[in-house]
Ligand binder design. Sequence first.
Ligand code: PEP
Ligand code: MG
Length: 589
Amino acid sequence: MPTEKSVKPETLVQGISASHGITYGQAFLYIQSDVEVPSYDVEDEKRPAEITRFEHAIVVTRQQIQKIMAEVDKNLGAEEAQIFDAHLLVLEDQALISETIREFETSGKNIETCFDKVSQRYIKAFAEIDDEYLRERACDIRDVAQRVLQNLLGQSSQNLSQLVEKRVVVANDVSPSDAAGIDSSQALAIVTDSGSKTSHAVIVARSMKVPAVVGLRDLTKQVQSGDWLLVDGYEGVVIINPTQDTLFRYGQIQLQKKGYEQRLMEANRRPAITLDGVAITLRANIEKVDEAALVKEYLADGVGLFRTEFLYLSSGRIPSENEQYLAYKAIAESLAPAPVVIRTLDLGGDKPMAGQAHLFPKEDNPFLGYRAIRFCLDNPKIFKDQLRAILRASIHGDIRLMYPMISGREELARANAVLAECKEELTNRRIAFNPNLQVGTMIEIPSAAITADLLARDCDFFSIGTNDLIQYLLAIDRVNDRIAHLYEPTHPAVIRTLKSVVDQAHSQKIKVSVCGEMAGDAVYAPLLLGLGVDELSMTPPLIPSVKYLIRSMSLSDAQKLASAALQLSTAKEILALCEEFSRTRVKAS
Ligand code: PEP
Ligand code: MG
């Protein structure tokens, strides 16, 4: 580790461990906020200069957009770069410019106030038009207007794609679309003021294999870009300007952990078989097509959850049927004959699409709102494009399909009816697909858990999304750091619900997987298996530690653990039992 001389005193900030690892590097402070527009009167003699300022800001904005276009063209391709054509057109809109100048001449206010007023009027008018294409223009105008205002006010705009040197990202929050834009080779770690273990940005950090600590409250106020930070993703600690003693101590810890992880990786080559001879299926959760490499590296039994919304979030637009087909085909072919469970779009909640406000209007309770299957059933064109893409790709490997956030039998029937329509359309167009494509339902809403026996009649498998199921069962917002300590996976309500879902599924002869973060935690995995869960699916880097534990325990002991847990009345007691179980198995092996 480098040994820089600290200027400020060493300060330790405790947060929540979200992704393992230790790193040391300089901070990249990322603060996103709306531009605040000051309003004041402009004296007569300064009025010509005000117009010149406006014209200059327009020219600078155009140059910035052209620069971004060139970068996007180089990194992502010409089609993606064309998205910015619409932004350039906004700057060429004579009506917007001449109305701003008219407003300036009549009101006598500064040019920022006038431009903001006129552009807001345009945004509102476009946002209300009953035509999807024109409504999208509202977002283009908003983006460009923010940029022009920043240039007028001399502020620089920031986004995470500006991360071009290896840095620790320090942010008040990282939205999933921010996370999707991070160059994984440049982020040393991600540390945030807010968030919890199951926020989606954290899940992305985990698949990028970088340490992450969340819930650090006001870290962004304590750190400046360029400060040296030590991030301990194991203990959820960030140390600002660590002393040389601290760096030395952490250097030792890092060596120990690295050695331990290497041993785990070696052990990972062996099959996931318990001491009493039961083979356990361990699949991978992925967000991007290129993570197929991770699936292979960690020897997962295929993919148990492909979160397809990241295809949408990383490009910032709705991908076409064909683009999706190519992505799904690529992953299926690369992992065949292993299965790939593709989950249909789960946007909304903490995964809104930036710049698509017409599709995702602001909501008071986004987690209880317009999300996942609700959004898809309400936007059949988007849903059908995705279903046809999955069906077409299904002949290229063992693809399975899964719906998120199903709340009951009627919703499942509606989704299946849309799927049947898509099959019919493809048949009529003589396009091949697997007619026996397996269809699964995620169980992540209490109403689905309670009526699992009914849902099991209309699908081929279940996958329990414990991240959401726990948040809805316990009424704990999964991304709120203030109540993160109340998010208890071992709450008796959770354990009983899991047991009930497994029993209902098995009575209807279908299999149950768990793909929430609980599955990848070596403390909870034995409990899940003991409760009768058939498969576990997790972020690939977590597979070695879960597999190690599986190889050190017997399933019959895990079943006893589950029976004992079901008798207990508090989350703490059950957690203690699970911890004891893992600890003794790992020690004994
Ligand atoms: C879950 O809710 O457990 C799940 C796997 O889905 P997501 O984390 O994407 O909401
Ligand atoms: Mg979920």
